[in-house]
Design a binder for this molecule. Structure first.
Ligand code: UD1
Length: 435
């Protein structure tokens, strides 16, 4: 199995270019099957989750073609089987976003069937809100033997109130409602930048969606969608991860191809603890401080525009090196502190009580062998390894590869010492090489 080996203690310095947003891409790639015409999608991050979803889209008969590494052509006109995404499919079960095909295919064909979605184990991840939304639009939804089947003669627009703010349910209902007769309103909708991106993509195909990015999305049903060319927004979480890596290593990194507005919650917390964040039109420069430890703070994860749950582990690693005691309250997922034990092995002082982590900063982490429990926690452990004294090995990096494109190459370009290895011998070689 692949692992990362890292020699820490080197400040990251230089420039990094951020890829397209994974979570926007997943919604957009699924939405692309809703027209029989060709869609050309640019800035698709080349990560495991997008590759797996594209494979699933190919499996139902759509024509999927990579024009280059980050540009994909999808034509939904050749779809033959809306029930091909079966429970035994090892790929589809691995990614959460497979459920976007439920909404997209239900909207287009009046029937869809997908294996219950997998994804990172960060707490119970029900799909009841997705189901309620489809049912409100007039669909029958059956969950049986690990499969979700949705069907409807004709979807009809409705007023739908989401009692929890959910990114996935908002996108899925929006997809299904594109072809529903009349007007659908989604109230208490999620406002994440990728919701806006999926809505903009659908509108560029001829959908009629208004209010995306606010808590009320209004969709007027249309009869058909056309092909389009579209470029995905930059990944807010990848950008945030590099911001944390710059700060935790006391480095100085220009993070390019970002929308600074999307990073505000992260930038303002980093400024508050004493890091320097300079915003430009489409980049941010983040400067840590090697001479003086940063300060402590309180973080509460919230739906956008609050502090993102997907940045919580990386922030914890940064706060673990700050002076004083910080408290992180996780309000979105109940099992998102699984990295705490691993970080403790690196010398961090973290106590988890319910949905709170109490972090008393230490002056230095020490390298250790750790296991990535999920995607973002895995990235956080890489940051800890980059900041730590000595060598760190991060196992189970397949989680990290779900959502970060060429993470090791981008870190190497910033002067970080990191490599993918498979054996003890590779680790020894790395140690000899970097000294
Ligand atoms: C998406 C992101 C994920 C991010 C999360 C929160 C994708 C592919 N993944 O996940 O990276 O961490 O948003 O920003 O975009 N809930 C229900 N019932 C439902 C759906 C959700 O109770 O039917 C609850 C969840 O348990 C959770 C909360 O709603 O407590 C938010 O989850 P949601 O926004 O749906 O997360 P995902 O879309 O799965």
């Amino acid at each position: 199995m692949e692992q990362y080996v890292i020699k820490g203690g080197i400040p990251l310095v230089g420039e990094v270019t951020i890829a397209g947003a994974k979570n926007a891409a997943l919604g957009i790639l699924a939405a692309a099957v809703m027209t029989d015409k060709e869609c050309i999608i640019e800035n698709v991050p080349n990560v495991r989750d997008t590759r797996v979803l594209l494979q699933a889209i190919g499996e139902i008969g759509a024509t999927v073609r990579y024009i280059d590494e980050h540009t994909v052509s999808i034509c939904g006109g050749t779809i033959t089987n809306v029930e091909a995404l079966c429970v035994d499919d090892e790929f589809i079960r691995k990614i959460r976003a497979s459920y976007y095909l439920l909404g997209a295919l239900l909207g287009k064909y009046g029937r869809s069937q997908v294996a219950l979605p997998g994804g990172c184990d960060i707490g119970s991840r029900p799909i009841d809100l997705h189901v309620k939304g489809f049912e409100a639009l007039g669909a029958d939804v059956v969950i049986d033997k690990g499969m979700v089947t949705a069907s409807a003669e004709q979807l009809v627009g409705k007023h739908i109130y989401l009692d929890t703010v959910s990114v996935g349910a908002t996108i899925n209902i929006m997809l299904a409602a594109v072809f529903a007769e009349g007007k659908t309103t989604i109230e208490n909708a999620a406002k994440e930048p990728h919701i806006v991106d999926v809505a903009n993509f659908l509108n560029s195909m001829g959908a009629n969606i208004k209010g995306a990015g606010t808590n009320e999305i209004r969709i007027r049903g249309v009869k058909e969608l056309k092909g389009t060319e579209y470029s995905i927004i930059p990944d807010q979480i990848e950008a945030g991860t590099f911001m944390m890596a710059a700060v935790a290593t006391g480095g100085n990194v220009l993070i390019k191809n970002v929308i600074p507005k999307h990073l505000e919650a992260i930038s303002s917390k980093l400024s508050e603890i004493g890091a320097v964040v300079e915003e430009y039109d489409d980049s941010v420069r983040v400067i840590g401080n090697r001479e003086k430890r940063l300060g402590a703070t309180q973080i509460k994860t919230q739906p956008y525009p609050g502090f993102p749950t997907d940045m919580q582990p990386q922030m914890a690693v940064t706060l673990g090196l700050s002076e004083g005691t910080s408290v992180i309250t996780e309000n979105i997922f109940e099992n998102r502190f699984k990295y705490a034990d691993e970080l403790t092995r690196m010398g961090a002082n973290i106590k988890v009580e319910g949905n709170m982590a109490i972090i008393t900063g230490v002056s230095q982490y020490s390298g250790a062998s750790v296991v990535a429990p999920d995607l973002r926690a895995g990235a956080a452990l890489v940051i800890a390894g980059l900041a730590a004294e000595g060598f760190t090995v991060v196992e189970d990096i397949q989680y990290i590869q779900r959502g970060y494109e060429c993470l090791e190459e981008k870190i190497q370009a910033l002067g970080g010492k990191i490599e993918i290895v498979e054996t003890e011998k590779d680790i020894m070689k790395f140690k000899l090489k970097v000294g």
